[in-house]
Design a protein around this ligand. Structure first.
Ligand code: SF4
Ligand code: SF4
Length: 68
């Protein structure tokens, strides 16, 4: 099973990762980080393929993919 970890301190809430994921496994939370940006959250590892599209899309290198 693959999964991602989103570094909330780097996330600027742009939402690009939510568009990038073909499985729609990333969405925007309503919780702001320390800089006031609402951050992206991973909604479940069940369907994650580890394709890395979300991480490649993120301009702030906030997403790390773990492929197992
Ligand atoms: S690695 Fe691929 S499937 Fe997994 S959350 Fe990122 S874009 Fe979606
Ligand atoms: S692409 Fe990166 S900076 Fe933008 S919402 Fe997703 S994790 Fe945050």
């Amino acid at each position: 099973m693959s999964y991602i970890i989103i570094d909330e301190t780097r996330c600027k809430g742009c939402g690009l990762c939510t568009i990038a994921c073909p499985k729609k496994l990333v969405s925007m939370s309503e919780n702001p980080n320390s800089m006031g940006y609402t951050v992206a959250i991973f909604t479940g590892p069940e369907k994650c393929t580890g394709c890395m599209l979300c991480a490649e899309m993120c301009p702030d290198v906030a997403i790390t993919v773990f492929k197992e």
